[in-house]
Design a protein around this ligand. Structure first.
Ligand SMILES: Cc1cc2nc3c(=O)[nH]c(=O)nc-3n(C[C@H](O)[C@H](O)[C@H](O)COP(=O)(O)OP(=O)(O)OC[C@H]3O[C@@H](n4cnc5c(N)ncnc54)[C@H](O)[C@@H]3O)c2cc1C
Length: 394
C-alpha cells in the first residue's frame, strides 16, 4: 500500500491553508475557543460558499462540485486545526445534504440544497433525534407525527438538540406507525421542520462547561405539510443509519481540541528550554510522544473513511472505529494537558492567568460529551463487534 496525496490534492491543501492564514491575518477569527463546529459566522460560510467549498462532494446536478471525500477531508483538516468558524453550514453540509441527495424529493433537493451551498439566510439545521427515553436506542422515539389531511401533526419532546436555538430547520425522526405489532425500527419517519412553526418551544440546557449548546424542544400540535416528509414513510430509521456514517467519519472527531495539543507542544518545548529534565519531564515526554502517535493513527483512520466513501462503499464499521478512537484520544489529550499544567489549567480564558488563549478548562469539561454524542463508545463497539467482526449479538 502506498498512501500519498496527489499533486492536485496537495495544491488544494495549500489553497485552503492560504485561505485560513489570510482570514486569520485579517482578524476574521482567532483560535480561542473550545467548541469546534459550534463556532459559527455566516460571513465566513459565505466566503467558503463563494469558493464552492460547501457541498464540495455533492454531485453537480445537486448544486455541488462533484469533488472527492479525500479533498473534503483535506479541507476540513486545514479548517479544523484552527477552529475556523464553519458552524453555520457544517451540519447541513455534512449530513443533511447527503441525506437529501439520497432520499429527498426533487422539490426538497432544489429548495434546500441550493440554499445550503450558498450559505443563504435560513439554511441552518439542527438534529431532532434524541428524546428523554430514546438516545442510543433511536427506534424508541415516541414523538408522534400523525396524518391529518394534507399535514402531519407533531406532538412530543426532543432533548440534547444542539443549536436548536440558532437553527432555521430541524431534521426530525418521529413515530408514524402506531400499530403495536409493527417493529419499532419500521415505525418512524424523517421530516424537515421549520423551527419557527407555531407550537414549538425551545428551552436551553446549560452544560457543565457553562455553555448553551443543548436544548429541549417541545412540539404541541405542530402542523407540517406533507412535502416535508423525507424519503419513505416508516423508513426513517434505515435512512438515519446511513446518515450516521457521515456524522462519525470526519476530522471533527479528531481535531475538536487540536489547538490544545499544539499549545501543549510549545509549552513542553519551553519546559525543556528552561532546563526541565527530571522524572516529571520524562513522563511528560512519554505522554506527548504517545499523543503524537495516536494523532497520526486518528488522522489515517479519518482519511481511510474518505477513501472508502470515494470507492462508493459504506464506511459504517470504519466510521464507528474512527469516532470511538478519536473521541477517546481527545479526552486523553485534555487529561494529559491538565496534568502537565497542573491547577492553572482550571482557569478559564479571559483572565491574565489563563495558561492558553484556548480554553483548556472548557475543553476538559466538554470532554465527556465527545464519547456520547453521535453514538456512544459502547454503541460504536457494538457496531465494530457485530458488523465489523461478525460476532453474535450478546
Ligand atoms: C455534546 C452532545 C451533543 C448532542 N447533540 C444532539 C443533537 O443535536 N441532536 C440529538 O438528537 N441528540 C444529540 N445528542 C444526544 C446523543 O445523541 C445521545 O446522548 C446519545 O445518543 C446517547 O443517548 P442517551 O443520552 O439517551 O444515553 P443512553 O442511550 O441512555 O445511554 C446511557 C449509557 O448506556 C450505554 N448503552 C446504551 N445502550 C447500550 C447498548 N445497547 N450496549 C451497551 N451500552 C449501551 C451508553 O453507551 C451510555 O453509556 C447530543 C449529545 C451530546 C453529548
Amino acid at each position: 500500500m502506498k498512501f500519498v496525496f496527489t499533486r492536485e490534492q496537495e495544491n488544494f491543501r495549500q489553497e485552503v491553508k492560504d485561505f485560513v492564514a489570510a482570514e486569520m491575518a485579517a482578524g476574521s477569527f482567532t483560535v480561542d475557543s473550545a467548541g469546534l463546529v459550534a463556532r459559527e459566522s455566516r460571513e465566513f460560510s459565505l466566503k467558503m460558499a463563494e469558493r464552492g467549498w460547501i457541498g464540495l462532494t455533492w454531485p453537480r446536478q445537486y448544486f455541488g462540485q462533484g469533488r472527492s471525500y479525500v479533498e473534503k477531508m483535506i479541507m476540513n483538516e486545514e479548517l479544523m486545526k484552527y477552529q475556523a468558524p464553519i458552524g453555520y453550514h457544517f451540519l447541513a453540509d455534512r449530513q443533511i445534504g447527503p441525506s437529501l441527495i439520497n432520499f429527498g424529493t426533487e422539490w426538497q433537493q432544489s429548495f434546500f440544497l441550493s440554499r445550503i451551498v450558498k450559505a443563504e439566510k435560513e439554511a441552518q439545521f439542527c438534529l431532532l433525534f434524541s428524546e428523554p427515553d430514546a438516545g442510543s436506542d433511536l427506534g424508541a422515539v415516541s414523538t408522534a407525527a400523525v396524518e391529518d389531511g394534507d399535514v402531519y401533526v407533531i406532538n412530543g419532546q426532543k432533548i440534547w438538540t444542539s443549536e436548536a436555538h440558532m437553527a432555521d430547520y430541524g431534521w426530525m425522526l418521529a413515530k408514524t406507525d402506531f400499530d403495536k405489532s409493527v417493529r419499532k425500527h419500521l415505525a418512524c419517519s424523517e421530516f424537515i421542520v421549520d423551527m419557527k412553526s407555531p407550537g414549538i418551544t425551545i428551552r436551553p440546557i446549560i452544560n457543565s462547561a457553562g455553555a448553551h449548546s443543548f436544548n429541549e424542544v417541545f412540539f404541541d400540535d405542530v402542523r407540517i405539510e406533507k412535502k416535508y416528509l423525507v424519503g419513505k414513510k416508516n423508513e426513517g430509521f434505515r435512512q438515519i443509519m446511513a446518515q450516521m456514517d457521515y456524522e462519525r467519519a470526519g476530522m471533527e472527531r479528531l481535531l475538536q481540541n487540536y489547538s490544545i495539543f499544539d499549545l501543549l507542544k510549545k509549552h513542553v518545548q519551553k519546559m525543556s528550554d528552561e532546563g526541565e529534565n527530571g522524572e516529571f519531564y520524562a513522563w511528560v515526554k512519554d505522554q506527548m510522544a504517545q499523543l503524537e502517535i495516536e494523532y497520526a493513527i486518528g488522522r489515517l483512520l479519518c482519511y481511510k473513511n474518505a477513501w472508502i466513501i470515494d470507492q462508493g462503499k459504506k464506511p459504517t464499521t470504519q466510521a464507528a472505529l474512527t469516532k470511538a478512537f478519536c473521541t477517546q484520544l481527545e479526552q486523553r489529550l485534555n487529561n494529559v494537558a491538565t496534568q502537565i499544567l497542573g491547577p492553572i489549567s482550571q482557569i478559564r480564558t479571559g483572565t491574565e492567568w489563563s495558561p492558553f488563549p484556548v480554553d483548556l478548562a472548557a475543553c476538559y469539561l466538554w470532554g465527556p460529551s465527545y464519547t456520547m454524542q453521535g453514538g456512544s463508545t459502547e454503541i460504536l463497539k457494538n457496531i465494530i463487534a457485530q458488523r465489523g467482526l461478525g460476532l453474535p449479538r450478546g
